[in-house]
Design a protein. Sequence first.
Length: 39
Amino acid sequence: IDREFVKLILSKIGQKVVVKDGYVPLPNAVVEQELAKLK
């Protein structure tokens, strides 16, 4: 379940939620690196 949550937060939809909630989204390079770690 934790892995799926991280995938959601790193997704484009998840990053939009991050911005909507007043936080700064991760740079695309960081998102790609973190997603690669989950594979």
